[in-house]
Design a binder for this molecule. Structure first.
Ligand SMILES: Cc1cc2nc3c(=O)[nH]c(=O)nc-3n(C[C@H](O)[C@H](O)[C@H](O)COP(=O)(O)OP(=O)(O)OC[C@H]3O[C@@H](n4cnc5c(N)ncnc54)[C@H](O)[C@@H]3O)c2cc1C
Length: 512
């Protein structure tokens, strides 16, 4: 029978994943129920580019009891209302994937169906005009959502852009203050139990041997435990997501104060732009099958918004995931568990959701394989949802030219995505699901932004009087515009709300 005896939990890795987990364990179990020890190498840097988040990260901070203003000051953070996509389906295109939905049902008919009907009648509305955070993003405005839920100013959520090094350091301070034991050292050997192949101990370069009951692999792409020691296989998704490199750099701030992550399609990939308080984080994600590293570096440097801070740093990766993230007494989290390129800023969320699953299913002694199976099932759903959503952006890039774009436009899609697209193309219906990321509003934003036109609309939209439907739509668009016009500028709001502390400004200057 499983027991709940005090557990020795060893976390390997002090990147975002390692520290998010450490903080959660400390918060959940406290020092009396488990000992938590985190090992991180002073010689192996964290990947450090995870700067753009999803609104769920606020739930995580809230769970820890983190004060938003203090957290933003210490991590060089700004707000994020949306992702802005430029030049994806066609050069000159611009659309938003916002943290909010488009319009509201009219006479019980979903707004998007009304939008399609209006379009069929020749009204060429821009769907972004009906979404509060999209308009605020376009106008470079920000304020915290209203707490009055009847107000149009409450109809959005937000996330953060932050410095990944400072966030890891922040969580480290938080955890250490509450009793977490951190060891600086490099793991050079892993000993497996001869009888069942479970991990018994880690040997550090100093010679110290660290024993434990549960080992959490947060060692990044290396996967020191799950991959190198336990040889758990990798499911390669690079045929659908062929980008496998990024050049990353920071540049000086320019005068674009938008609260969005910008993703601009380029000849063999796309470029991100993440505005922080004191710098812009930027990088070019590209496929080495379709361009050279030299050419990609040149493209990035030609497209900086401000002066470069230092030289670009090359990061190599492969899109895919571990076949099982939990194997024996090892659970891989963060990049050790899988990676899907950062087009929708999903990776920190993936660590967060995996931490949630783990807290719910945390192994006792001995490890119950049924818990591992359930954990792996849940993680699998999350990865597959994100994969399909990312693939949609590439595949629906109708007019982009170049070898990468030709490949993704003509490749065979995962069945799960082909089915979703098929349903959408008929009448604009969204395939709904209970588990996993991306609400119908997200799918609508990307389908329309990528110029996928449904062949028709739901006939229930015809039951509404056309003039009154158009009147409601025009009124909504005008109300959003007039409210956004009275919001403060994003950077003005940041300066008033959470101006960076001098300490963070110095340490967070540039890590690219
Ligand atoms: C190009 C790019 C852009 C990205 N952008 C975003 C984004 O905008 N938003 C987002 O959510 N995510 C993004 N990500 C992902 C994000 O960076 C990661 O999910 C996040 O940083 C978590 O990384 P990690 O903690 O798993 O690994 P890492 O940050 O790599 O940390 C690994 C840790 O393991 C330690 N370690 C490794 N080997 C050993 C050893 N032998 N002994 C001791 N310690 C060891 C290291 O010292 C380090 O502390 C991006 C990733 C890439 C590649």
């Amino acid at each position: 029978m499983e027991t709940q005896t005090p557990r020795r939990i060893v976390i390997l890795g002090g990147g975002t994943a390692g520290w998010m987990l450490a903080a959660s364990l400390v918060r959940t179990f406290g020092p009396h129920h488990a000992t938590v020890r985190l090992i991180e190498s002073g010689d192996i840097a964290i990947v450090g580019v995870g700067e753009s988040t999803l609104p769920q990260v606020r739930d995580f901070n809230e769970f820890l009891g983190v004060d938003e203003v203090e957290f933003m000051r210490e991590t060089n953070a700004t707000f994020k209302l949306a992702i802005e996509f430029r030049d994806w389906a066609r050069l000159g295109d611009r659309y938003f994937h916002p943290f909010g939905s488009h319009g509201h049902a009219i006479a019980g008919v979903p707004f998007f169906q009304c939008f399609l009907r209006a379009k069929a009648h020749g009204h060429d509305f821009n769907i972004d005009d009906f979404c509060y955070p999209s308009v605020a993003s376009r106008e470079q405005k920000f304020e915290l959502p209203s707490e009055d839920l009847s107000s149009i100013r409450s109809t959005y959520s937000y996330a953060y852009h932050f410095d990944a090094y400072l966030y890891a350091a922040y969580l480290r301070r938080w955890s250490e203050k509450r009793g977490l034991r951190r060891t600086e050292g490099t793991v050079v050997d892993v000993t497996l139990r001869p009888d069942d192949g479970f991990i018994q101990s880690l040997t550090l370069a100093s010679g110290e041997v660290v024993e434990g009951d549960i080992f959490i692999d947060c060692s990044g792409f290396r996967g020191v435990l799950i991959n190198q020691a336990l040889k758990m296989g990798w499911e390669d998704w690079s045929s659908w997501l062929p980008c496998d490199r990024a050049w990353a750099i920071s540049s000086d701030l320019d005068d674009d104060g938008t609260a969005t992550t910008r993703c601009t399609a380029r000849e063999a990939g796309w470029q991100w732009r993440i505005p922080l308080q004191k710098r812009i984080g930027t990088g070019y994600v590209f496929s080495s099958r379709f361009t050279t590293e030299e050419r990609a570096r040149e493209v990035l440097l030609q497209n900086l918004d401000g002066a470069a801070q230092g030289d670009p740093r090359l990061i190599k990766f492969q899109s895919g995931r571990r076949k099982n993230s939990w194997y024996k007494n090892c659970i891989a989290l963060g990049l050790a568990s899988g990676f899907l390129e950062p087009l929708e800023s999903t990776s920190i969320y993936m660590s967060q959701i995996a931490v949630n699953f783990l807290m719910r299913l945390f192994p006792g002694h001995p490890v119950d394989p049924a818990l591992a199976e359930e954990y792996n099932r849940l993680v699998d759903i999350e990865y597959t949802r994100v994969r399909d959503f990312l693939v949609l952006h590439y595949h629906a890039s109708a007019e982009r030219k170049g070898d990468l774009w030709h490949h993704v436009q003509t490749m065979q899609l995962p069945d799960s995505l082909a089915e979703k697209m098929d349903i959408f193309k008929r009448r604009g219906h969204i395939h709904r699901y209970k588990d996993g990321l991306f609400s119908p509003a997200s799918w609508i934003a990307v389908y329309t932004g990528q110029r996928i036109e449904p062949g028709g609309y739901d006939p229930q939209a015809d039951n509404i009087d056309l003039d009154s439907m158009l009147g409601t739509m025009n009124d909504l668009r005008d109300r959003i515009a007039s409210n956004v016009a009275t919001m403060p500028g994003h950077y003005d709001f940041v300066r008033r709300h959470c101006r960076l502390s001098t300490k963070s400004a110095k340490s967070g200057k540039s890590h690219a």
